[in-house]
Design a binder for this molecule. Structure first.
Ligand code: SF4
Length: 165
């Protein structure tokens, strides 16, 4: 049986690319869905030029206008990430992708409900979309895209990624 090709956040495959040098290996993604899919993985933070380990990042601003800043030094990585995203999106267009699995809650990869912190303090709202995820979703409006946990929910699996299998 030929496997389908899915895009995936690198840390979900066990690659140690996270800000703390760790990974977020997801056995459902790797072992279960991996029986039917090959993965083309990207780590937007590392591949856009950030080291491992690195400062943790957060989305900061308002619900409709936020930037991606490092937590301690408040360096703005938004443009660096966007500059990396543009050519990557064009590369992705050349691949026979059937879907994409994104790491939840990430300021880069999170697909929905990512925390956005007010610039001058206060409680975060779960209203953001990761910077890479936002570019991906805009460029591929018809591509089935899910976060790692959502893929295992029967309804989501039935209606999106699994339709590609
Ligand atoms: S969530 Fe995305 S940017 Fe963060 S470590 Fe995983 S692949 Fe890299």
């Amino acid at each position: 049986m030929d496997k389908i090709l899915l895009g995936c956040s690198s840390c979900l495959l066990g690659k140690e690319v996270r800000y703390d040098g760790g990974h977020k290996y997801d056995s459902w993604v790797v072992d279960t869905l991996g029986a039917f899919a090959d993965y083309f993985d990207l780590c937007p933070e590392h591949q856009c030029g950030m080291p491992i380990p690195r400062e943790a990042l957060n989305l900061k601003g308002s619900k409709d206008d936020y930037r991606m800043l490092s937590n301690k030094t408040a360096h703005d990585f938004t443009d660096q990430m966007l500059n990396w995203c543009a050519p990557r999106i064009e590369e992705l267009r050349k691949l026979p992708l059937c879907g994409y699995i994104l790491k939840s809650k990430s300021p880069s990869c999170g697909m929905e409900r990512v925390k956005v912190y007010p610039l001058h303090g206060g409680a975060a709202g779960k209203t953001g979309v990761g910077i890479f995820a936002r570019e991906l979703l805009a460029a591929f409006p018809l591509l089935p895209v899910e976060e790692e946990g959502a893929c295992t929910i029967p309804y989501c699996a039935k209606t999106s990624l699994n339709e590609s299998l």
